[in-house]
Design a protein around this ligand. Structure first.
Ligand code: BTN
Length: 247
């Protein structure tokens, strides 16, 4: 079933992730999208809040049922789809801050949250959540204006959210189809990662793991980032949060 062949839209909801999970548990087929104008308990990675004003941005969760070997490619499919949508609608180049923040001019344009349920090696479902800044004017929010952007801020004009959604769903379907056909997206994805070659710190919020600093060397086939630590040892991170060091 194609992504977006069924769309369930809410004016307000707690989180599209929660509703999509309910659909998964009730046997809804894959591809269904839950979207909303507003979430009162939207969540981001590392259990952070995801706050977005009513009506201006895209907030969706998509029910997927991938095979376990496809899981590493879900965030690649999503971030590539968002980059392409952005580049089709603006003159800007979009990049990915590893692992899956889409950025324009080093400012966050979209975030991706993936929650999967596994039973042994069987993926019961994966829920792909996307928060995409479309028409928010970040300049009016002093707390985020230096770190976030939106399609409106990039193009200096208000976009039709339905048009953006349609393009996004088509690009998501394109890339997810590649994933389910067993194609690796790693090379294409790696070419969009802005983090390589930079001095970075990888943190592990929500865990007791100490953060690690070094030079981001390369992307490995499964999407992990290889970091040469300051003591010369090699560290491969498959998850975490990157901050770019100012040295
Ligand atoms: C991130 O931390 O960057 C990921 C943010 C993901 C936010 C989206 S908005 C739609 C979906 N519902 C949620 O509660 N979160 C995701």
């Amino acid at each position: 079933m194609a992504i977006g062949s069924k769309i369930i839209h809410f004016s307000e909801i707690d989180s599209t992730m929660n509703y999509c999970k309910k659909l998964a548990l009730s046997g809804e087929p894959e591809g269904t999208i839950v979207s909303t104008e507003y979430q009162n308990i939207g969540r981001g990675r590392f259990d952070r809040k995801w706050i977005s004003p009513y009506g201006v941005n895209i907030q969706i969760s998509i029910l997927l049922k991938p095979k376990i070997e496809h899981l590493p490619y879900l965030n690649m499919a999503a971030s590539l789809a968002i980059c392409e949508t952005t580049e089709m609608l603006t003159n800007a180049d979009a990049f990915i801050k590893w692992p899956n923040d889409v950025q324009v001019n080093n400012k966050k344009l979209a975030g991706i949250l993936i929650e999967s349920s596994l039973s042994g090696r069987n993926v019961e479902y994966s829920i792909l959540g996307i928060g995409f800044n479309v028409n928010i004017d970040v300049e009016t929010y002093t707390d985020i204006k230096d770190i976030a952007t939106s399609l409106k801020n990039i193009t200096k004009s208000t976009l039709d959210k339905n048009t953006v959604s349609e393009i996004l769903y088509k690009r998501l379907d394109h890339y997810y189809s590649k994933v389910t056909r067993g194609e690796s997206l790693t090379n294409q994805w790696a070419s969009k990662i802005s983090t390589i070659g930079k001095e970075i710190t990888v943190g592990f919020p929500g865990t007791k793991r100490k953060s690690l600093s070094g030079k981001a060397e390369s992307i490995l086939p499964d999407g992990s980032i290889q970091v040469i630590l300051h003591d010369g040892t090699i560290f491969n991170a498959s998850s975490g949060e990157v901050s770019i060091s100012n040295i």
